[in-house]
Design a protein. Structure first.
Length: 157
């Protein structure tokens, strides 16, 4: 019985090439991105369409033209306009989540320091954790990434 033929090395090479190619295509699922090791890592201006969130190193924030449904964490509240306000923010480094507090009604919220394609992004928690909580993503001002919205709710690293 002949176990190894002349074509076996070619077969092995083709299988290895296909496997390597397949794994390389999955690399996007496991992108590493910079974690926020301290609040200063998140400081800066973050945008999504006309909405802007500026996180200052001193723990204050300014929010401009953010959809009210995002700050309320309720996708059923679309059509309620936008909110602009100021307040304070904090970051829990261990779990990469941030919290916005304001004395102004309907302003605030919480979300995650996350990312993709080697860039940090931040995303608000929507619908109290049902489904994917990262349904409204903001990218750092000047980024080439297109922010994801509720229509793109998917798990990503």
């Amino acid at each position: 019985m002949r176990i190894w033929s002349r074509r076996a090395p070619l077969f092995v090479a083709v299988v290895l090439a296909a496997t390597t190619s397949g794994l390389a295509g999955c690399a996007g699922l496991f992108d590493r991105y910079p974690n926020a090791e301290k609040p200063a890592d998140m400081a800066g201006t973050w945008t999504h369409e006309s909405g802007r969130l500026t996180l200052n190193e001193d723990g204050t924030f300014e929010m401009t033209d953010m959809p009210r449904w995002v700050t309320l964490g309720d996708t059923s509240a679309t059509g309620l306009g936008s909110v602009s306000c100021t307040g304070t923010w904090s970051l829990n480094v261990e779990v990469q989540n941030f919290h916005l507090s304001s004395m102004e009604a309907d302003c605030g919220g919480h979300g995650f320091a996350t990312g993709r394609q080697d860039e940090m992004t931040i995303a608000f928690g929507i619908n109290g954790g049902s489904g994917d909580p990262r349904c409204y993503e903001l990218v750092r001002d000047g980024s080439d990434l297109t922010p994801r919205g509720v229509e793109d709710c998917i798990q990503y690293n």
